[in-house]
Design a protein. Structure first.
Ligand SMILES: C[S@@+](CC[C@H](N)C(=O)[O-])C[C@H]1O[C@@H](n2cnc3c(N)ncnc32)[C@H](O)[C@@H]1O
Length: 382
């Protein structure tokens, strides 16, 4: 019998839905649909867990238990939630938390929604016929997410047990690090793929080059996620163990050229330690040098992608004073990486314009609470 499938909503860093959709399309070989803030697809419990194991771009994976259920009032929401098939996913007494967002509804308070949903799910679990199962203290806490829009609500289970960007390797942080899934999404959006030489001459904690090397080495990013869904009643544990063991044996030495440099010795140390934890340090060349200083010995790679996430200011005045720095960065990049493609993260078109001629903003997204652009183009035109 074919396992039952459910709608899955995989959350993307806002603005980076397209690379997530491309990744999920390749991972699942099924239909994926971009929606605001993420990607929707259909999958069974194993598919949902496999996305948490293999997706580099996902921020969170939600399994939708109740899609657009009637919620014209709190009482009706309560009844609708109670009628959902909770025993497929949860055990009686399972510790639960609920997070709700409410917009354009008759009722405004998210905490009231959270309370009603929690009680309704607990009641539904108590009503179901008793079966022997794990004790409460053996069960992981499951987070439920509720989204009320107007008179409808969508109720989901957080499959991965929280945000998926943490891979476990990045324990040493330099200044202003990017989230790992955001770095992977930027690489994908900029057209990088395994085999293309990659250079990050302002590497900070090394996120871009480590993500790229792990990708090239087919290392699954999600072994450390707690994934409460694995304890669902009737979860196909034996099949999952096979999937995890296949993922472990898929990992290989990354082939390719990965160059990371930073002028700050602390950032270089952080990159080296993080890459060591990720198991890819042997594949990276890591230099302590300022962009503009000669690369010695020169890179022996054919032209590939240079990716940079230079410092920027939060205010226009700060960005005006950063203009000479960007001009210098642009001159160094165009000289040292002539013929390479550039992908640069920068909030300000005037600053980005100083990095090279003809750069094009291919998307905007949020990082550290501000909107930034992803600028791409060819280096060496100056
Ligand atoms: C925003 S951080 C990069 C963060 C990085 N993408 C990450 O995820 O960890 C910018 C980095 O640029 C480095 N930097 C600034 N000016 C530089 C220069 N002229 N040459 C090399 N590195 C520079 C800083 O030391 C800092 O580590």
């Amino acid at each position: 019998m074919k396992p039952q499938t459910w709608p899955l909503f995989v959350v993307a860093p806002p603005g980076l839905e397209a690379p997530l959709a491309a990744e999920l399309g390749a991972l699942t070989e099924g239909a994926v649909k971009i929606e605001e803030g993420g990607v929707r697809l259909q999958g069974d419990l194993l598919d949902a867990a496999a996305i948490c194991l293999w997706s580099r771009c996902a921020a969170r994976t939600l399994l939708i238990v109740g899609d657009e259920i009637p919620a014209p009032s709190l009482q009706q929401l309560h009844a609708s939630v109670q009628g959902l098939p909770w025993r497929t996913f949860l055990h009686p007494g399972q510790p639960l938390t609920v997070k709700a967002t409410v917009k354009e509804a008759q009722f405004k308070r998210a905490d009231a929604v959270e309370h009603h949903v929690l009680v309704a799910v607990e009641e539904a679990l108590r009503k179901a016929p008793r079966q022997d199962g794990p004790r409460r203290w053996e069960l992981p806490t499951v987070e439920l997410r509720v989204r009320v829009r107007g008179k409808k609500a969508t109720v989901s289970i957080d499959v991965g047990g929280g945000l998926l960007h943490k891979r476990g390797y990045r324990q040493n942080l330099a200044r202003a690090p990017l989230r790992e899934n955001l770095a992977a999404s930027v690489l994908l959006a900029a057209g990088w793929q395994p085999g293309v030489p990659l250079a990050d001459p302002m590497c900070g904690s090394g996120t871009f080059t480590i993500e790229a090397a792990c990708w090239a080495g087919e290392r699954a990013p999600g072994f450390d996620h707690p994934m409460p869904i694995l304890k669902a009643p009737n979860f196909p544990t034996a099949k999952w163990k096979e999937i995890v063991s296949e993922a472990r044996s898929a990992a290989k030495v990354p082939v390719g050229s990965f160059y990371a440099a930073d002028r700050d010795a602390g950032a270089v140390r952080a990159t080296r330690e993080n890459a060591t934890r990720a198991g890819v340090v042997e594949s990276l060349r890591i230099d302590n040098r300022s962009l503009g200083d000669p690369i010695n010995p020169p890179l022996d790679a054919k032209p590939g992608l240079v990716v940079i996430n230079p410092p920027w200011g939060l205010r226009v005045a700060e960005n005006v004073s950063l203009a000479p720095l960007y001009h210098k960065l642009g001159a160094a990049l165009n000289k040292q990486f002539a013929g390479w493609r550039l992908a640069a993260i920068c909030p300000d078109p005037a600053l980005a314009g100083r990095l090279g001629r003809g750069l094009e903003e291919i998307t905007r997204f949020e990082t550290g609470g501000i909107q930034v652009g992803l600028w791409v183009g060819k280096l060496g035109r100056e």
